[in-house]
Design a protein around this ligand. Structure first.
Ligand code: GDP
Length: 360
């Protein structure tokens, strides 16, 4: 290898970005709350980090929640970053350099309700953006006669049910597998899936009792490690790239951007180019904000300032002239590059977003 073939010094594996999709009331919010709640009840300091618009769960925490299903020594990705469920429309506009912002997704389906209109919509978006995903067949605890085993991996919990409860759950699970097949997708219960690139894994879970959550985390971690490692290798010290989740007015800051950063670093003082309704906006970052840690809530300040943020992360950016910024638009740090070149990049991406929105 010659010197020029060396990867950048700061090349690092970043956290995969996970989105949760599904029909209303099928349990997206509950599932995320359960993941956050069980992480926190593991009791370690730094079990999770609450970001703007996202929650970071480090590998150690994934591993302690997943028990024997995840051995941290088998992984070198740093954990999982869950985007707080933004709804379908926003998911379809949340893109990064031509792909989907999320590296991987959880499609939540109520095991009793099966496929509903927004399930099909979500599936169409996942297919169109080529996002790998697993299906969480949620609310298994509502199966008549279910004997809950809080927080257990699904297999022992399933094996511990009465024949009748198991049969009822099986009927519902195979209904979902059939509905996936009607959509042209080959799927099976996740423990039967050999090749996750060809077959969709269905994971029975309960966001209420936590059953199957260890499995869900293990599969997400395993899929990311196995199939996404190359994409996760980023130049972490390089100029940041992200996508706007939301544009929000904040007292004392004016219009701010809630951003998911998927590449590089952003720093206070950086010049950024942001997609806006009237074309790219060029501005300078005044402040980078994160939610106050829980213990500090009594100070009544909702945010704390940070000097820099590294991918993958959610962060609030305060800067002048952001009123016309758009949700779904790209954000790029200029740093040592030519500003015009960065503007052209942002324009090209904006054109792509417009084409995609017109298609819908
Ligand atoms: P979302 O609209 O997809 O975010 O759905 P929510 O998370 O708000 O859940 C909708 C309703 O289903 C709420 O009343 C939840 O308490 C309930 N729910 C969600 N997951 C489960 C589950 O696994 N078991 C049971 N029994 N109820 C659940």
């Amino acid at each position: 290898m010659s010197d020029t073939d060396q990867p950048p010094q700061s090349e690092t594996l970043r956290t995969p970005i996970v989105a949760v999709l599904g029909h209303v009331d099928h349990g997206k919010t509950s599932l995320l709350d359960k993941v956050r709640g069980s992480a926190v009840s593991e009791g370690e300091a730094g079990a999770i980090t609450q970001h703007i618009g996202a929650t970071a769960v480090p590998l150690e925490t994934v591993s302690s929640m997943a028990g024997s299903l995840v051995d941290p020594d088998d992984f070198d990705l740093p954990g999982l970053l869950f985007i707080d469920t933004p709804g379908h429309h926003s998911f379809s506009t949340l893109r990064s350099r031509g792909g989907a912002l999320a590296d991987i997704a959880i499609l939540v389906v109520d095991v009793n309700d099966g496929f509903q209109p927004q399930t099909v919509e979500a599936l169409d978006i996942l297919k169109r953006t080529g996002t790998p995903f697993v299906v969480a067949a949620n609310k298994v605890d509502t199966t008549p006669g279910w004997n809950p085993q809080d927080g257990s991996p699904i297999k022992p919990s399933y094996d511990g049910q009465s024949d009748r409860a198991r049969q009822m759950l099986d009927t519902n699970l195979y209904e979902i597998i059939g509905q996936l097949s009607d959509e042209g997708l080959s799927a099976d219960l996740y423990w039967r899936v050999q090749n996750f690139q060809k077959n969709i894994g269905v994971i029975p879970v309960s966001a209420l009792t936590g059953e199957g959550i260890p499995d869900l985390l293990a599969v997400l971690m395993g899929l990311s490690q196995r199939y996404m490692k190359a994409e996760m290798a980023v130049d972490i010290a390089g100029p940041g790239a992200g996508t706007v989740l939301e544009v929000k007015e904040e007292r004392g800051f004016g219009a701010t951007l809630d951003v998911v950063l998927y590449d590089g670093t952003v720093r206070e003082g950086d010049t950024i180019v942001v997609g806006g309704t009237n074309g790219p906006i060029i501005t300078e970052i005044r402040a980078l904000l994160q939610p106050q840690p829980l213990a500090e809530i009594r100070t009544e300040k909702r945010f704390e300032r940070v000097d820099e943020v590294k991918a993958a992360a959610g962060v609030k950016i305060a800067a002048p002239d952001l009123d016309a910024a758009m949700a779904g638009a790209p954000v790029r740090v200029v740093r040592s590059r030519d500003t015009d070149e960065v503007i052209r990049d942002v324009q090209a991406e904006l054109a792509e977003i417009e084409v995609n929105t017109e298609e819908e």
